[in-house]
Design a protein around this ligand. Structure first.
Ligand code: HEM
Length: 481
């Protein structure tokens, strides 16, 4: 009887037929997260695919994902030992290394430093908010300048610079202008980062593709050189901090990290982890937040009625004589609802960074062996028709109750920062940035697209990025009728 039970528990995972050599690589299509959700309808929420030489388990839907990442948090807390992951942050990345005692210490140090510099007390909160406000105002000026004479522009790059600048202000105590060519060029190159490490990227699962000249090989080479370049840039800044370090004066987050890692009691991490931590934090905080802002602005021009309602709500809460602040947040539930709906609807981090199992584990009666690569399909949670009415409709009011207040139960059902042991450690920072950027941009400007039909087409990677974004800005008061 026990034998039969064990056999049933260890049932082979369901999944589509995998072709020799390539497995299911050719079936992923342009939008793998949508393919994954479609396959879940046929094979269930937990199934297996094969990509090149790797068996991969795909998790879909709220129940299976939370069961895996929360109930079996340690077993699902690993990262695969992909070659590309070792090219990041000098090989000492906190984000891309496997579960271990050392990783736990590293994550704890990074997490508490982020908290210390963004939300630990009213002084740090205020200083952090001032950095965001300054960047938002830079954006307003840049957008108005680029809209001069009725011109249209793509805001993607300005958002990248703004998000990176907020992180640089925290990490290095200084920002870099929108005109700083070295900084802009570096960030432009990083734009391609997510294509290589997004779930479904083939470079790591078909290593044999590197052995002859082809586009995959050049993706790998580019990926290595862009990571080396970014790491060197950040490392130089950390070195400068180390040379002038005074344990009695903490100038910024780099000093705080050096203090804990290099002067702390038994951090167990070598000093090279200081530069890796800063590289990880600046990298993680830049692409994600700027992508969120690209979607926000696109949805605002696609839905001018919502744009107008948000402006009315902001005007009512703030008035014309000052800028919005974080304290206004509780008086603007519609803006929060709009941001949550943007995150749900676009699911712009559709699949988390690949996980791997740290031990044999059974979920939904299916056995998954240790060291299996796992894809977590966040999009499937945010588009589950059992959870969301008309999931393919963009409707911020779904997050408001009958009194117009934010429905906290529903907002916590949106999955974009992942959950469990690998959950994003920058969620508070990201939410503050997205809220203030949006509030200030809408308080100051109105935005209009160059075409009547605004396309939401996007490219796939770790983040989904809009393909067509062309808009112009006008100062409030002189807006289009
Ligand atoms: C990891 C989302 C902003 C730092 C992640 C993961 C997701 C995510 C999905 C992977 C979780 C997993 O693999 O299960 C986002 C989104 C953001 C954002 C949607 C913006 C809207 C930030 C910011 C920072 C940050 C601003 C830092 C300042 C990190 C780090 C990790 C991470 C360090 C790695 C955690 C680990 O592997 O233990 N984020 N993130 N993120 N995020 Fe974020």
């Amino acid at each position: 009887c026990l034998w039969v039970r064990n056999l049933r528990l260890k049932r082979r995972l369901p999944g589509p037929f995998a072709w020799p050599v390539v497995g299911n690589a050719m079936q992923l299509g342009q939008m793998p997260h949508i393919t994954f959700a479609r396959l879940a309808k046929k094979y269930g929420d937990v199934y297996q695919i094969r990509l090149g030489c790797s068996d991969i388990v795909v998790l879909n839907g709220d129940k299976a994902i939370r069961q895996a990442l929360i109930q079996h948090s340690t077993e699902f807390a690993g990262r695969p030992n992909f070659v590309s992951f070792q090219m990041i942050s000098g090989g000492r990345s906190l984000t891309f290394t496997n579960y271990s005692k050392q990783w736990k210490v590293h994550r704890k140090i990074a997490h508490s430093s982020l908290r210390a510099f963004s939300s630990a007390n009213s002084q740090t909160k205020k200083a952090f908010e001032q950095h965001i406000t300054a960047e938002a105002m830079e954006l307003v000026h840049a957008f108005l300048q680029q809209s001069e004479d009725g011109q249209y522009f793509d805001p993607a790059h300005e958002f990248t610079v703004a998000a990176a600048n907020v992180m640089c202000a925290l990490c290095f105590g200084r920002r870099y202008g929108h005109d700083d060519l070295e900084f802009r060029t570096l960030l432009k190159r990083l734009d391609k980062f997510g294509e290589t490490i997004g779930a479904g990227s083939l470079v790591d699962v078909m290593p044999w593709l590197q052995s002859f000249p082809n586009p995959v090989r050049s993706i790998y080479e580019n990926f290595k050189s862009l990571n080396d370049e970014f790491f060197t840039y950040v490392r130089d800044k950390v070195w400068q901090h180390r040379e002038t370090f005074d344990p009695d004066v903490t100038r910024d987050m780099t000093d705080a990290i050096i203090n804990v890692i290099e002067y702390g009691k038994d951090s167990g991490l070598s000093k090279e982890f200081s530069e890796a931590t800063m590289t990880d934090l600046i990298g993680a905080g830049q692409d994600t937040v700027s992508t969120a802002m690209q979607w926000i602005i696109l949805l605002l021009v696609k839905h001018p009625d919502i744009q107008a309602k948000l402006q009315t709500a902001i005007d009512k809460a703030v008035g014309p004589d000052r800028l919005p602040t974080m304290e206004d947040r509780h008086n603007m539930p519609l803006l929060d609802a709009f941001i949550y709906e943007m995150m749900r609807f676009t699911s712009f981090v559709p699949v988390t960074i690949p996980h791997s199992t740290t031990a044999d584990v059974t979920i939904e009666g299916l056995h998954i062996p240790k060291d299996t690569v796992v894809f977590v399909n966040q999009w499937s949670v945010n588009h589950d028709p059992l959870k969301w009415k008309d999931p393919h409709m963009f409707d911020p009011t779904r997050f408001l109750d009958e009194n117009g207040a934010l429905d906290r139960d529903l907002t916590s059902s949106v999955l974009i920062f992942s959950t469990g042991k690998r959950r994003c450690i920058g969620d508070h920072i990201a939410k503050a940035e997205v809220f203030l950027f949006t509030a200030i941009l809408l308080h100051q400007c109105c935005f209009e697209s160059d075409s009547a039909v605004v396309s939401l087409d996007c490219s796939y990677g770790l983040t989904l990025k809009p393909l067509h974004s062309s808009l112009r800005a006008k100062l409030r008061g002189s807006c289009w009728a």
